[in-house]
Design a protein around this ligand. Sequence first.
Ligand code: AHG
Ligand code: MN
Ligand code: MN
Length: 356
Amino acid sequence: MSPADISSSPSSSSPGPERDNFKTLEQFIIEQQDRFPHSTGAFSRVLRDIGLAAKMINRDMRQAGLIGVAGNTGTVNVQGEVQQKMDALAHQEFVRALRRGGECCLIGSEEHAEAIPLSSNQEEGQYIVLLDPLDGSSNIDVCVSVGTIFSIYRLPDGYDQTEPDLDAALQPGTEQVAAGYVVYGSSTMLVYTTGDGVNGFTLDPTIGEFLLSHPQLTTPDRARIFSINVGYYHSFEDGLRSYLDWLQEYDPETDRPAKNRYIGSFVSDFHRNLLKGGIYMYPATQGNPNGKLRLMYEANPMAFIAEQAGGRASDGHERILEKSPDTLHQRTPLLIGTEQMVRRAEAFLAEEHSAA
Ligand code: AHG
Ligand code: MN
Ligand code: MN
């Protein structure tokens, strides 16, 4: 294409009627809400608060190296991991936005040991939000994509919403009413589901709005990306090692060898695989028999999205969404993405088990 072709191309990114025709996240949320005649709007407002906090985090992150929020805080969080300044800031932005909104009665965050009750005296304070405020945060200092993951539950009957019991947050993933993530990448996207498909919104920084850019997202059936930290190869279970060996064999008929892509930012790896097709794995290792990722605010929300997009998520043996949680910060092995790839990984794991 010559420069003249580029400037006259209809797909040129110059502002025009097409670009101005997008639906905003708020419009979309309100339209969805209108489908339920007795809806109070409280749930829509929780989503709005999350979108607002995401925009604030995006703003701070884009200038991290300039406004003194790069680097770590010098403290170790409840996971035993070094807390980045942006981890702490992102956590505060979410707590502030959800407290201000008034519809959320309980927050569970990676950056706080206990669930945080929000003493809401409003009748609407009936939602529980679990989140990883910033995922992959050690990547910020090197300008690599990071994310936010969130999961929304309803406060179960029998709990006092002005003083919710912290155990109310421990519900299986099947009970999620919504889940989503924000990826702060070369562009910033918010992707979420309420159990009726998956929709993606791209932030237009010039007007500060998330615009519907990826309606009804589905993940490709045919896929050849695998994402895993192969540095741990020798500490994986035999079945998983066999699966990784199989993926790397030469057999063009079955799209092998597969391509390896691993950013080390779960949200970014998941987002790429959702759009292009692939499997993300953080399995059990010798040192970490339960894997690394957290069930309640990493695996469950992404599993809900993966399934809604036509994919699958398991811990190698059991569907992630059916696991019953014991603690807010518990970890789980995770295989997630294109259904046939996840099923094949499970089969390799099962074979080695039955052979043992
Ligand atoms: P977080 O920054 O929220 O603690 O998450 C980091 C996670 C995840 O984003 C990533 O996929 C994984 O850690 C990478 O771990 P390894 O360095 O062990 O591969
Ligand atoms: Mn994380
Ligand atoms: Mn995190």
